[in-house]
Ligand binder design. Structure first.
Ligand SMILES: [Zn+2]
Length: 408
């Protein structure tokens, strides 16, 4: 915009794009304008990488405008300089964040080490290589684009606007080549910074809280499991009516999702019904407390005395350069799910302020209590509260549960 005003662009809107024979500078000038326009309209899709792209795009347009002594040259250079300052401010913030993450990693080191299995290591390595493939690919496209542009440019040089019918092709090709080159530079910088960040922080497995943690998209290992049964389990247990009852209650539903997400335990299942929960002796209940079907779907936030089992893990988190891979503890092993890492997003401090992280968890009913079982023998810090007509709820020792006072 500034450049349009400085060049009094409205006076030449109908004129040809260049005067006299077509020169390299004309081609670059047009290409610089196209690229800046494309960046202004679509640059937001680059996200954080726009910080690197902005000064390059503006400088690319500034050079030909300077060579041709356009009045707008200073506007382009001014924009490029401002973009450089902005890039340095962002780089400073990244360095500060990396230092803070590294200090936190040192401070919260528990001294425990876990070995990742071969499948998990493969996931980590493949994700690292994917970034490099992009950098090489974009570099290749840029080089090819430059070659094609040069070949076409040779045929267009020296021709007047009338001879070329006002439509040169080389400037469009050059715009594509420059865009690919700038994206490639951004990708290389991103890969380099990620490598630096991962080396600085080291291979750390973080236990992170689901609420106010550093990234969006993590789910608690137990989320969505309460009141559910694994499909295989429901199918193989003789007498279990959970699958059949679910099908009867949802005749139109697509039953395939059950195989992935499990089956809700049925109220009247002879194996998993509410009567069966309440028929368990306290000792049997304690022994089976980890089985999700015992619990009300809204209820399960078991607080184990070994919190690592109840918290999501992030393998290799190193600040915004590398968000890491979500994982969870299963049978003393770190289980890494590659599909989950697509859903990770950085949570900024602004997000944290806006985030309602003291979301009120649902509280258990006050009436209809059947009995209360101390679960500390099962390694859980709290009580199970069983109900005459519903599944059990967990009362943690730390929870501020006002309903328990009314209840006692
Ligand atoms: Zn059942």
């Amino acid at each position: 915009m500034g450049a349009f005003v400085a060049d009094r662009g409205w006076e030449t809107l109908d004129a040809e794009a260049w005067e006299g024979p077509f020169r390299v500078t004309d081609m670059l000038g047009l290409s610089g304008l196209f690229l800046s326009m494309a960046f202004a309209l679509g640059g937001w899709v680059l996200g954080g990488r726009a910080v690197i792209a902005a000064p390059l795009v503006l400088a690319y347009a500034a050079v030909p405008h300077t060579v041709d002594h356009y009045a707008s040259a200073w506007v382009w250079w001014g924009g490029a300089a401002a973009a450089v300052v902005w890039a340095f401010v962002q780089a400073g913030a990244s360095v500060r964040q990396l230092r803070a993450v590294r200090a936190l990693a040192r401070r919260s080191d528990t001294g425990r080490t876990v070995e990742l299995d071969e499948a998990s290591l493969a996931v980590v390595r493949t994700a690292g290589r994917r970034g490099l493939y992009w950098a090489w690919g974009l570099s290749g496209v840029a080089a090819l684009g430059c070659a094609v542009t040069a070949a076409v440019l040779v045929t267009e040089l020296g021709k007047t606007a009338e001879e070329l019918d006002s439509a040169s092709v080389s400037d469009v090709l050059a715009t594509g080549a420059a865009a690919a080159a700038i994206l490639a530079i951004g990708q290389w910088v991103h890969c380099a910074w990620r490598a630096i960040a991962r080396t600085a922080v080291g291979q750390v497995i973080w236990q992170v809280p689901v609420g106010p943690g550093p990234v969006w998209g993590l789910s608690s290992p137990r989320e969505g499991q309460a009141g559910m049964l694994a499909f295989e389990q429901a199918r193989s247990i003789p007498g279990c009516s959970c699958i059949e009852d679910w099908r009867r209650a949802n005749p139109d539903a697509d039953a395939e999702s059950m195989e992935d997400y499990g089956v809700p335990a049925a109220e009247y299942c002879p194996v998993h019904g509410i009567d069966q929960i309440n028929a368990l002796s306290p000792e049997r209940f304690i022994a089976r407390a980890a089985e999700p079907w015992l619990w009300d779907p809204d209820a399960m936030d078991l607080s184990p005395t070994r919190p690592e089992e109840n918290r999501p893990l992030l393998v290799g988190f190193a600040g915004h350069a590398h968000l890491g891979f979500p994982a969870r503890f299963k049978n003393d092993q770190v289980d890494l799910d590659p599909a989950d890492s697509f859903f990770l997003e950085e949570r900024t401090s602004a997000d944290n302020e806006a985030d309602d992280s003291d979301w009120d968890a649902p509280r258990r009913p006050t009436k209809g209590v059947f009995d209360r079982i101390d679960l500390r023998p099962a390694g859980l810090a709290g009580d199970a509260v069983r109900y005459r007509h519903g599944r059990a709820w967990f009362d943690s020792d730390t929870a501020d549960d006002s309903s328990s006072g009314a209840q006692a």
